[in-house]
Design a protein around this ligand. Sequence first.
Ligand SMILES: [Zn+2]
Length: 156
Amino acid sequence: MMHYSEQEWMKYVKNELDKDVREEYENHLYSCDQCLDSYLKAVEAEEAELPMISNEADFTNLVMAQIADAKLEPSKRPQIGKKKKSIYQSAFFHYAIAAAVTILLMTTGVFQSITQYAENVQNPNIQEEPSLTQSLVDKTFAWMDSLEMKHKEAGK
Ligand SMILES: [Zn+2]
């Protein structure tokens, strides 16, 4: 299987890819843990605006390429109005992935131990608890539904 590099995912996060390429990335992401990891690193780096420098030469080239892009193609810069919808769709996709990762973490028990601890502190007398994982998954889907509603409303 072919994988995408963290730099490639960074382009994806920054919405610098063509629509067809984006779809290829997305389809791959659904079935590849390795690239999910790279993608999350790219999201983190983008959020912090302090990319992890694993290879200084690559990083410098990436920055120089972005500066060149910004100078040569001002049309690529985010524009309010014309490009608003695609940026929003992209943001929505990132939220959806974050929710999926949340579910993944819960199924591996990371969140469950934390929430069970919190629940025990709040309700020390309750012996039998409903499935915390199930209720959290329900909450996550409710959250995604509400995002989707906002998304549809914004699209009107
Ligand atoms: Zn992959």
